[in-house]
Write a new protein. Structure first.
Lengths: 343, 343
DNA sequence: CTGAAAGCGCTTACAG
DNA sequence: CTGAAAGCGCTTACAG
């Protein structure tokens, strides 16, 4: 293993000072064209790469973004929610386009994550991604903000929360999909998904659902709701309960596609069929939702756009520009699981 | 935004030298228990974090691994192959367990990636992940090895290639799934997937397929094969060709699940049904494959284990321990798309 | 346009 | 057990 070349080695070979090498490599206009070309050629030949630790230390910035992916610690740890995996993909892409490196990290909500990356100068800013009990880390967000850490959060748009957030219109999504079910002729409903303040996204979807039902006079206090987290298992068990209580409604609204997968599975084992006996809808439009039988009606969040906006907003914040919350529209994806017009 | 505290600030407050602060923070046994506690308490109060750039520069290691994800540049850029996304998830997890940071980057095969990360001291080692034209970057791998860069590669096990590789037994997978089709009574076949040396994984799967057919006397030189890359579109178009030529075989073996998705889609639009008229099998066991109609028979690669082995092998290499190639067994996942025993 | 020099914030031999 | 000092490899005012 050869010793790694430094800028001094280049300087020696090129017969210039190390300062000039540094300038040439950074394409400084201060340096003679010819000198620059020579230095760059030698650097290429020696396979020289600027030491990032040294240059970052000197410039006090890292050209790196950290992505903190929160996981619901109760979810099946063998699988990441496909929706977030898809976000991860689009964020990676957006970072590459912006010539930033991306540091990815999984976090538990109770980890001491709040300052780690930017404080240690490994990253210039942080993207927070994940469902999960948002309230429980709210004070950490405040602390981040207090310290002047740059961060953007994917999630529920909420004026009371610190920092800037990019999210999808969960309320509208919940409203639209529910109203569609009403139009399809369904009259009794159940909601599967935690509707408490611990899960703001789910709560907003639920609120949209409730308001749509209310608008059509279909909402009652005893409309069943199950506090499921976003896993197949949660959905599966919720349906089992419904079946035991012999309280199967016309339509089941799931707070996520993953939950809906479990719901469909449970119904497949039951005497009831979808959508004839019961309609099922999900949320997220993960890839699988187009392939279930019947294909799942759901709400799409544009992950590609979301990744771009998250990254661009963060970069703006790092550049000390003004940034704003952004609420992306939710798009209804109608497939077969909600019944057809002539039902 | 407050100025970030340095070890000198801590030293000043604690009334000790900066060297002692550094030792205390690194839990050096050289420092008095009481002093250490005091220093650590102050550091916590000041929300102090060691500057990674400085410490990495000094120690010449980064506790960071870089993951280079190669993409087939011809594939649909709106979507990463779900199989690799799943690998990404398990690698992230494995890194977190090893207390390493993970730098993720997408690369085109023609980028000048080969040295970037480790040479610039941003990472201690590199994981290479992706299908793609392996031959085209073979000399880059040689170069990596020559420079003493630590790397492991996911992919085809091959003694002739530089560096250590972790992969799944593609040959055995291709063999097993084909033999299963033969057992199901299928007699004529087609293979969809590039079987050339540019795609070593696919080539190995194809070789297993050919050998299984040969073993049962079913292989002929004119058994159709299509040079598809791993996308739905490729599979879709290959089937269209088969239909135009009116050469639909008993069974279609796809080099990946993504290809199989396209095959199923094309057949759905045809008068033929799966598995009655034609069997279809895939490879990878991506999540969707369990939800298609009919559910897809495929070959599973254990991504979770793969991620762990990749990371652990790389860490060993970084620690100058001896490392070996590893060939993971392929597991047949039998579902409905291949027909049933009584066919 | 170029060079000599300072300094980013650490870690770690060296001396006590 | 502790401190003074060197040095990791850069970037960038400063002086010419």
């Amino acid at each position: 293993m050869k010793e790694k070349a430094t800028s001094f080695d280049i300087a020696h070979i090129a017969g210039v000072s190390q300062s000039t090498v540094s300038r040439a490599l950074n394409n400084s206009p201060l340096v003679n064209q010819e000198t620059r070309d020579r230095v760059q050629r030698i650097a290429r030949e020696l396979n020289y790469k600027v030491d990032k630790n040294a240059s970052n230390l000197r410039t006090q910035k890292s050209n790196t973004i950290a992505l903190l992916l929160f996981e619901d610690p109760t979810s099946d740890d063998s699988m990441i929610n496909p929706f977030f995996l898809s976000m991860l993909g689009s964020i990676t892409r957006a970072c590459a386009n912006a010539r930033y490196d991306l540091l990815v990290s999984f976090q538990n909500l109770d980890d001491d994550w709040h300052a780690e990356y930017e404080d240690s100068n490994k990253a210039d800013g942080i993207i927070l991604l994940g469902y999960g009990d948002y309230l429980s880390y709210r004070n950490k967000l405040s602390q981040l903000e207090e310290q002047g850490t740059h961060f953007v959060r994917w999630g529920a748009h909420d004026k009371e929360h610190p920092g800037v957030s990019i999210g999808c219109d969960n309320y509208q999504g919940g409203f639209d999909i529910t109203e569609h079910l009403v139009k399809m002729g369904h009259r009794s409903f159940a909601f599967i998904g935690d509707a408490g303040s611990h899960a703001p996204e789910f709560m907003a979807r639920h609120q949209g659902y409730v308001d749509a039902l209310s608008k059509h006079g279909l909402w009652t206090e005893d409309t069943p709701q199950f506090d499921a987290i976003s896993t197949e298992d949660s959905g599966f068990h919720a349906v089992q309960e419904l079946l035991e209580q012999e309280a199967l409604p016309d339509a089941i609204v799931c707070a996520s596609d993953l939950i809906a997968m479990g719901v469909l599975k449970a119904l497949r084992l039951s005497p009831y069929s979808v959508p004839e006996d019961v309609a099922v809808v999900g949320y997220d439009n993960i890839q699988v939702s187009g392939f279930t039988t019947p294909a799942l009606t759901t709400v799409q969040q544009n992950t590609r756009l979301a990744g771009e906006i998250l990254v661009n907003t963060l970069l703006k914040a790092i550049a000390k520009q003004e940034v704003h919350d952004y609420l992306m529209p939710a798009e209804l994806i109608i497939r077969q699981s909600c019944g057809s017009d002539n039902s």
